[in-house]
Design a protein. Structure first.
Length: 249
């Protein structure tokens, strides 16, 4: 091959390479777009339609199983359908169903990737036992009545109330119970509540204490302790106005 022919061949090859680069520059964006489309499509299919990320179970937290609520109760109430895509699970509906349980104070429902629904429960904690309609029920610190007992658990004070007592009054009674110092609580047979400002204590000794509302309960407890020490034999104490305590009998 002559020098002229070699130069022509080299020029042709360079031209071919430039042409190839031009074509690649024109097509590479289409190739990248196609690959991205495939990737996104695969992701959407995997999340919404495949069994890879489907609901296979429920993880329940915050339930001790030693009080009034068990994981079985929560799982049954949640009624989480399995097999469907986790992303499409209706968490709001699950949360409402579990939140309707009387023993549940609050609940949070979330997705636990890749294949579980997580239910975080905060249980109501009984601080007293209240008899309503001849049935023993649990009362929590918010004055919410929940669950039932055949026999009153040991260590929980009793609350007595007439039929029709409203929720605000029960909340006051619960706040009084929660505020009682241990030494005073040990002397209380039961707490009587009529209205939000008519809460009283019936002591095991037969004495009564007019407490009033739950406000200033810490001060009332201190005043009552001093009164009981100074006048242990009276029949009734009134600390509803702690700055002006009264005794009778």
């Amino acid at each position: 091959m002559t020098d002229t022919g070699a130069i022509a061949e080299l020029t042709r090859k360079r031209f071919a390479r430039r042409q190839w680069r031009r074509r690649w520059l024109a097509w590479r964006y289409l190739v990248v777009a196609f690959l991205l489309l495939v990737l996104v499509g695969t992701g959407v299919w995997a999340v919404y339609f495949s069994s890879w990320l489907s609901v296979k179970g429920v993880d329940i937290a915050g339930v001790s199983g030693t009080t009034t609520l068990t994981k079985t109760d929560v799982r049954r109430a949640a009624a989480v359908p399995t097999g469907g895509p986790l992303l499409r699970a209706d968490l709001g509906r699950v949360q409402r169903r579990v939140g309707a349980l009387a023993a549940v104070k609050s609940v949070d429902v979330s997705r636990e990737w890749p294949s579980k629904v997580r239910i975080q429960v905060v249980e109501r904690v009984p601080i007293a036992v209240i008899e309503i309609g001849g049935q023993l029920r649990a009362l929590d610190a918010d004055g919410v009545v929940f669950s039932s007992y055949f026999n009153a658990p040991k260590g929980l004070p009793k609350v007595s109330t007439p039929a029709g007592t409203d929720a605000a009054a029960l909340k006051q009674a619960a706040e009084v119970v929660a505020a009682l110092p241990a030494r005073l609580a040990a002397k209380v047979d039961h707490v009587e509540v009529v209205s939000i400002d008519e809460v009283s204590l019936a002591l095991g000794s037969g004495q009564t204490v007019r407490w009033g509302s739950a406000s200033d309960s810490d001060v009332k407890a201190e005043v009552l302790a001093a009164l009981m020490k100074a006048k242990p034999d009276v029949k009734a104490y009134d600390v509803s106005v702690p700055g002006q305590p009264v005794t009778s009998g």
